[in-house]
Structures are given as C-alpha cells and as structure tokens.
Write a protein that binds this ligand. Sequence first.
Ligand SMILES: Nc1ncnc2c1ncn2[C@@H]1O[C@H](COP(=O)(O)OP(=O)(O)OP(=O)(O)O)[C@@H](O)[C@H]1O
Ligand SMILES: [Mg+2]
Length: 611
Amino acid sequence: MSDQALGGAQGGRHVGWVFSVHGSRARVALPEPTVGAEDQSQRATVGKLLAIRGRGVTLIGMITEVSVDPETERGGAKAHALAQLDLMGEILTSEGASRFRRGVRDYPAIGDPVEMIGHEELNLIFATGGQRSIRIGQITEAESTPAYVDVDQMLSKHFAIVGSTGVGKSSATTKILNEMTESRKDLRVLMLDVHNEYTQAFGARATAIGAQNLHLPYWLFNFEEITDVIYGGKPAAPEEVEILQELIPVAKGLYASQSSAEGPTIEKRRPRHNGFTADTPSPYQIGDLIQLIDERMGKLENRSSRMNHNRLMMRVDAIRNDPRHQFMFKNAIAGGDTMAQVIGQLFGLETAERQITVLQLASLPDEVVDAVVCVVSRLAFDFALWSDGALPLLLICEEAHRYASSDHHSGFAPARRALKRIAREGRKYGVHLGLVSQRPAEIDPTIVSQCGTFFVMRMTNDNDQALLRSAVSEAAANLLSFVPSLGEREVVAMGEGLPLPTRFIVDTVPQEGLPCSDMGSRGEKQAPGSYQEIVQTAIQRWRNATTSDVRRDRDLAGRPPVARRRVEAPQQNTLAMGLRSLSDGGAAGVSSGTSPLEGGTGGNGYVPLRR
Ligand SMILES: Nc1ncnc2c1ncn2[C@@H]1O[C@H](COP(=O)(O)OP(=O)(O)OP(=O)(O)O)[C@@H](O)[C@H]1O
Ligand SMILES: [Mg+2]
C-alpha cells in the first residue's frame, strides 16, 4: 500500500496506528517495541519522522514525546507505548510522481497505519528542492540523506547560525557561503570578519579589506555617524552639534562650487550650502569645515559661544589627526568624488569572480569598529534602496552580538539601527542579513526575530535557548531540546530555508578551506624566535596601530621627519589659542598636553580620546 501511495518512494517499517488527533497533533499507539530495530533510523525515538498513510496522501509528523501506556488496547492487543506527533507536512502523489509540501491539509483518521519514514521519503523531503537548493550536510538520522537548503528562501527572510564557541559556526558559514555564491552568481557577500579568519577560507572567491586598504571617506558618513565619531560614541554637546549641522552643508556647497569652478585661480565663492544637508553623501574638505567654524567664532562676542566653537574645532582637528581614523581622513578628498569606487570596493562590484568581500575588522582599532560597521551597513541598505535592489547583497555579521547588542548601553547604537533597518526592510531591496553568534540572547531581539532560518549548534545557555524557542514554530521548538547534546558540526536547522525542521551534520570542509585566524598564523611564523623577540615584535605592532605615519618614519630613520604630516593647517593661531585653553582645563573630549599642531600631538601624533 505504501509503494502505491508514494508512487514508488519506499516507506520504512510499520510501527503502529493513529490513536487520537487533536489539531495538528496526533497520538500513535506503538504495539511493538522498536528497541530491537537494527537500523537506528527505524527506532521510534523523539525527533524522528513518522509517516501516516492516508488515502492518496502520506502525512509526515515528528515525534515530540514517547511514553508507556499499558491501558491502551486495540483489538485485544496491548499497546507497548504511545508517541505524540506534530504533523508537519504531506507527501502527495499524482500521476505516479510524489512531491512533498509543508503544512497539513488532510488530517489523519483513527486507525490509519503509521510507519517509520523510509530513506526514499527522506530523500524526497530533504534532498530535492528548487534550482537554488544547496547541499550543506547530511541528515543525522539517515546518513545517506543529504541536507539541502533553499537559498532564495534562506536569503529572503535572513538567517542566523548560533552555537557555543568552537562548535563549528564559522566552518558552517564558510560551507554555506561557498555553496551559496556558487548557486547565486548575482549575489554579493560582505563579511564583517571580527577575527580576520575568513580571507584564506574563501581563496579566489574573496577580496580582503583591512586597515591597509580600507577607505571610507568621512564625507560619506551621515550626520549621526560623523557626530558619533567626533564624540567617540559619547553624548554630544547640543550647542556644538548645532554648529556642525549648520556648517557641514556649507562646506559641501563650498567644495561643489570649487570643483565646478573653471580653474584653481578663481576666487572661492562665499559659502552657500547649495541645497546640501549634513546627511548628503557628497565631498567636502575637513579643512574648510574647521575654517568655517573658525570664521564664525571670529565674529562672535559672547565668550561661551566662542568656547563652544573653539572646542568643536579642537575635536574635529584631533579626530582628523588621530591615526586610528586615517581610513576616514587619509586621501579622503584626493580623488574627488570617489563614492562609486568606495561602493564598488566594499560590495565587490569590481570583479565578477570575487563575490565575497571580507572586511577584516580585527585589523582595525576597537574604537573605530563601531563607525565602520555602522557606515558599511547603512551604505549597504542605502545602496540597495537607491538601486532598487538591482544587486542582491548579503551582509554576514560574525559575532553579531558585538555590534547588534540588545544592551543599549553598550554603544554601537547607529550600527544597531542600520542592522535593524536591514532586518526589517532589507528583503524588499535585496539586502539580506546572516547573523553568526555565540550569544543570540545578547543580540537585539528585533533583529533576531526577523530571521526566518536558524541553524542552531550545540549551546547550553538557557537564555539563548529560550530566545530561540520564542522565535520558531512550536514543532521546531521541540527539536531545540536536542541543542545542549548535539555533537561536533551537528546542527538543528529550522525555518524558511528547510522543508522541515531537522538535525544534520555539516559536510566536512577541507583543511585549506577552513576559517583560520590570521593571528594564529602570525604566531606560527614567530615561533622560532625567543619569547623576548616575540614580546618586542608584539609591542612594536601594538604601538604602530595607534601611531601616526610621522612617528613611524621617525622611528625607522632614527631622526625626526623633515616635513610635518599635516598638510592643511588652518588658523594656527586660533588653534593654538584653543589648545592652550583646553589644556587649561576647558577640554571635553581631548586629552590635555597634546597639540595637533606640534606635528605630533604629544610627541606621537596620537590624541587619545576620552571614551
Ligand atoms: N564542517 C567542518 N569541517 C571540518 N572541520 C570542522 C567543521 N566544523 C568544525 N570543524 C573543526 O572545528 C574547529 C572549530 O570550528 P569553528 O572555528 O568553525 O568554530 P566556531 O563555532 O566558529 O568557534 P568560535 O565561536 O570560537 O568562532 C575548526 O577549526 C575545525 O577544525
Ligand atoms: Mg567562529
């Protein structure tokens, strides 16, 4: 009977009959023990799939509970046990061909025979899909059955890969992205790589962007982002913010009129904002901004207003000289309006083969990671919005709890907002999110709740499990009880990308394709040296990360550099005056005893910000 109903797909061994049905739940009497079954897949245990044979349709349900009920009888035979099933889908047969579909339209009748699901049925459910199905592993309960996920479904509603440290999240991510980019040649992936571990894993598929080649000009920052950078994530002084809001558009207007002027000898037109706002992503000179603040200050009589202007000028100048922010300021205006190039580089639009861009956040100082994540995520959304989703983009957030945190006091507010926006509206514009995290409970709940597909690896924290339970269907939530005891590389997967919630083992990623931290490989290279050498090299790198080019030149040559690094030196007298007043105790946000004008801000070009 089963062969007929399945149009050829074989069922497994007969185990019992339907005993009661309540909504999408059925109880099945199991008259025979299944403990003796040789094949592990034929034992009726929690998490296994059973097939209820109806008329022309086979209902598929997952066992959520098994218990002994010696009172249950049918035709004089004692039931050995009862199994509770969640009905999840059905296999329909027409014209000799079978297909699986999610959801149940036909409910079982009392007495319908029940079988363990067979390999062919498992294949029918998990191993076939649309054109865009990718294989990422094999079903735990039947090793010969591959686990496929539907790429379009997985992307359209975002996805999350979660689990404790070391369980294989990054390796699974690599596997998924390799398969995904193979199947979707139009897809561009931007990976926020917190540990610099993916570049090697993707080989020729990826372009790496790190401290040495990251170029995000300050003028691409919107107003909120630039103020966040200037104030180091701390609340900004409202009077100073007002000045910035007024003068940034003027600086933009000035640049636009300068660049449209016919020659460099033409006198600057008086500042007009030309319709720009502080959010318009168009170039301006940071020197012009400082000069505009200075000019306005010169016309003021009120001492406190003068001080506000002065302080703001100091802050802007300190930030642009801070070596940690050179990715924003260095050559920011050199190529003129380079917005197209920046977007092309970030989203891997320059080459068709390198679909993945790995943004190596570990190579950047902690202080700027917030700004980078924020601007990059916002640019991803805005670009998708203004291009009508013409170029589908997937943003992978490794360690997502770091910059999409549910703790609103932990900083990263603009980054979180940008990611929330993608989570909520990205689908409409072809920008998708993939979260990878050890601590899903620490990710902003709005972002997690928008994820449609979850890959859950071993995880013991109760809060994390509770959060996931609330984000998935009831049937899938039952599978989450396996999560604390999952094996290496084993995943409980559920949601839009899969036909049914299931457990599978991620395919082996070859050694050369495994994510591996750059830091680890650096350590290996240093191994032959003594520990003193290792410490010395580490200290050197450490200092270089927060030292200006000038200081490094001096260190290398053993003498001071001939030229000062700063080219634009606006209003030196006023600046010096301001610095004096700040070091007298008036500074908020700039450490005392440092002077950007001394060509070295305290000797090394580094102005520490109070954060
Ligand atoms: N699919 C896989 N194929 C081959 N090896 C794997 C696979 N998954 C995990 N491993 C092994 O387990 C190790 C840890 O995996 P991985 O780095 O992916 O874990 P993780 O969950 O990302 O850890 P962390 O939270 O520390 O980032 C890998 O270095 C690799 O040796
Ligand atoms: Mg990892």
